[in-house]
Design a protein around this ligand. Structure first.
Ligand code: ZN
Length: 121
C-alpha cells in the first residue's frame, strides 16, 4: 500500500465517523443567526438611569439576516434558553459539516493525484 492509499483509507474512516457524529447532532436549519447581548438605551423619555449613562442590559437578542437586512429580535426570558441551545447546536453541527467538507475535498485531491500518477505510468 502506498502512502497516498493509506492516507485515503485513514481519511475515509475519519469521514465515516464524522458522518455518524453529524447524524446524531441536533440541527435547526430555520435558525441561521446567532444570539448576542447588548446594552441599550430604553424608550422611556424620562429614564433617570439612561439620562445618567447607565443604560439597560445586557439584553439578549437573536441576530439574523432577513432579505439582506440585519435584524435583532429581542429574546425574553421564556424563549432565551431555547434560542441559545439551538444556535449552539447549530454551531457544533456547522463545525462538523465543515470538517466533513474539508476531508471530502482532500480525498478528492488525493484520488485525482493517484489517478494522474497511474495514467502517467
Ligand atoms: Zn432607560
Amino acid at each position: 500500500m502506498t502512502y497516498t492509499e493509506s492516507m485515503i483509507e485513514c481519511l475515509e474512516s475519519n469521514l465515516m465517523l464524522l458522518k455518524e457524529e453529524l447524524a446524531c447532532l441536533d440541527h435547526y436549519p430555520e435558525l441561521t443567526g446567532t444570539v448576542i447581548t447588548k446594552i441599550v438605551r430604553c424608550s422611556r423619555p424620562n429614564c433617570a438611569a439612561c439620562a445618567a449613562g447607565f443604560f439597560h442590559g445586557p439584553n439578549v437578542y437573536y441576530r439574523y439576516y432577513e432579505n439582506g437586512a440585519l435584524k435583532d429580535k429581542y429574546l425574553g426570558k421564556k424563549i432565551r434558553d431555547e434560542y441559545i441551545r439551538k444556535t449552539e447546536a447549530n454551531k457544533k453541527y456547522d463545525a462538523v459539516s465543515a470538517e466533513i467538507r474539508e476531508i471530502e475535498r482532500e480525498l478528492e485531491r488525493l484520488k485525482t493525484m493517484g489517478s494522474k500518477r497511474r495514467a502517467n505510468q
